[in-house]
Structure formats: C-alpha cells, structure tokens
Design a protein around this ligand. Structure first.
Ligand code: GLV
Ligand code: GLV
Length: 337
C-alpha cells in the first residue's frame, strides 16, 4: 500500500496533484475550520497531512494516528500546531517561510497606509453617495512619509517592511526578542529600542512577531496608553497579540487614530465592536495572498511533506522543518493495514 496523505482543504489542484506521484491523497472539499474530531478521524489513517492555520493539531488529534509521521503547515506561523506535543510523538512539522516574506511585507505596508490615509473609510463614503458633502477637510488622515515606523518582531517580514520604509524616508525603530546583527540593522536602517520606547515614539506601529502564549495580549490597554494618540496600529501577525477590546476602546475614544487588522483573536469571528468602528481597516487574513506567493507556499508544503515522508529528490531532508529534532528521531515508517 502507498502511504496516505490528507489535504485539509482545497488548495491549488495542480500543485497538490504532485503528491499523487507517491501517495494516496485524500482531499477535504470543505473550506474553513474542521472540528477536532474530524481532524483526528482524518489523521487516524494517514501517514502525513497538509494543513493550514484553520486546522489545530495537538496531542489529542494525533493520539490515534499511529502511522502519522509528518505535518506540513501551509503558512509561516504555526501556532495552530502544538509543536512540542508533535515532536514528542516523533512527528515532523514543516512550515513555509521565505516564500511569503516580500508579499507579506507589501501587504503590511499597504494596510498601514490604508489605515493612516483612511482609504477604506473614504471608499465607503464615496459608495454611499456622500461626495456632494465633500469639503477641504474630508477624510483627513495622518502622513506616512517622513514619520517614525515601529516594527515589533524583526524577522524576515519585519526586515522587508523596514526596507520599504526607507523609500518613504521614515525613521525605523524596532523591538525584537534579540537584537539584529549590526550589518543587518544597517541594511534595514533600523534602530533597536526597548518595547516602551517603540510604543512611545512610533507614528505607525506594525506587529510582525510570531504568536506564542508569552506574547498573548502584549498590546493591551497599558501598552496602547503609551502610544501617541495620532498613531496607527497594524497587525499582520496573529490576533491574540492584541487585546481587541482595549483596541476598540482606544479607537473609539480617540486615544489611537486608526488601526489596520488582518488577523483576529477569534477569526473568522470578528469582535463586533471593531466591526462598528470607522477608523479600523479590516481584512480577512490575506497578507500572504498574492497568487504567486500562495502557489509558492503550497508548492513548498508539498515538497516538505514529500521529503519528510521519505520521497522525492530531498527524501528525508524537508526544505523547511520546524522541529529538526523529530527528523533526527523519526517515527518508524507506518505499518499499513
Ligand atoms: C499566515 O498567517 C502565515 O503564517 O503564513
Ligand atoms: C517569520 O516570523 C518571518 O518574519 O518570516
């Protein structure tokens, strides 16, 4: 019997089709979030899986999946996976870094600009037929060029955003768990500051850090209180980093000028208070969503899964593993029933 892999939702058929060279492929046609029981049931008979951030996989979901050896996440962030539990179970986890860096940086910049210049709000106003009310003070926003950009999380995407900022003659501040090497800082023209300084000095603050419980609600009421009332906050990282009620309070009271959000704590559910506010641009988790990049992410995930299960030109050596430890101590190849 050929190994069996589960593809958790419709992804580019031509790319996913490459898996059929080595595997029996089960594709779930329904988009959206699958309940834990369904995920467990699918994984129970599979050797590998291609999943997205909608699919949460931890100890419970793999408890009855004796053959499962690899999970390829289509996405750079993998907080949907309990990597520690999967590593203990000997299951290789992979993600899709690098291929989405520039596209995601483009979007972060666009969302920040949309928030600062009130682009969504202005379009709604136009479509509502309000142009006759136009005055010289219609939809006045904040400037982007020449202001101070703050980047929280200075990985590849953060660095991509920093590079874009020099074209806008922005001063770039960043905070990160660890400081970048001096040559990288120089290339990004970015200055390392502590978190409080980042909050206090940024005209536009962009969140690009990976989610972990340690950064849950890192941007809370106390943090927002340290920001300039004219500032914008843009989140393209993960929703749980921001206390959405505190953000809604600040946007409502004018304590913060505007926000751009691509990610939400309870997505696909949106905090109704945010939906009711004019000064927040809301997009549905599409920062990496250019056609070329979404295809590159799926292609990389397919290569990862193929290699992690011991096939293809990189058999045993997936291009972008998350838990190299599980690669060193793999599960025994599956015993087919
Ligand atoms: C999307 O949010 C990703 O992590 O790739
Ligand atoms: C990942 O965290 C990245 O910034 O690429």
């Amino acid at each position: 019997l050929r190994p069996r892999v589960w593809v958790s939702q419709p992804l580019f058929g031509d790319l996913v089709g490459r898996l059929r060279e080595h595997f029996d492929v089960i594709e779930t046609a329904a988009v959206g979030t699958h309940p834990p029981e369904e995920i467990a049931a699918m994984l129970a008979s599979c050797d590998g899986a291609l999943v997205t951030l909608n699919d949460r996989v931890g100890a419970a979901e793999v408890a009855h999946a004796p053959r499962l050896r690899a999970i390829a996440n289509v996405g750079v962030g993998y907080n949907n996976l309990d990597v520690a539990a999967l590593t203990r179970a000997g299951i290789v986890v992979t993600n899709t870094p690098d291929v989405l860096t520039e596209t995601t940086a483009d979007f972060g910049f666009a969302l920040m600009m949309a928030a600062a210049r009130r682009i969504s709000e202005a379009e709604r106003w136009l479509r509502e037929g309000q142009w006759r009310q136009w005055s010289f003070e219609t939809m006045l926003g904040g400037d982007v060029h020449g202001t101070t950009l703050g980047i929280l999380g200075m990985g590849r995407i953060g660095q991509g955003i920093a590079c874009r900022a020099s074209g806008f003659r922005m001063r770039v501040l960043y905070h990160n768990r660890s400081r970048l090497a001096a040559d990288v800082e120089g290339a990004c023209r970015a200055e390392y500051v502590d978190y409080d300084t980042l909050l206090a000095q940024s005209d536009h603050l962009i969140l690009v850090l990976p989610y972990s419980p340690a950064v849950h609600h890192l941007v809370d009421a106390a943090a927002i209180a340290k920001m300039k009332p004219t500032a914008t906050l843009t989140n393209i990282a993960r929703g749980g980093i921001v206390d959405e009620d505190a953000l809604a309070d600040a946007l409502q009271s004018g304590r913060l000028a505007a926000a751009g959000l691509d990610v939400y704590e309870g997505e696909p559910a949106i905090n109704p208070r945010l939906l009711a506010l004019r000064n927040v641009v809301l997009t549905p988790h599409i920062a990496s969503g250019s056609l070329a990049t979404r295809r590159a992410m799926v292609a990389l995930a397919v290569d990862n899964l193929t290699a992690a299960l011991g096939f293809g030109p990189r058999a045993g050596d997936p291009p972008t593993p998350v838990n190299a430890m599980a690669l060193a101590h793999p599960r025994k190849p599956g015993i087919s029933k």
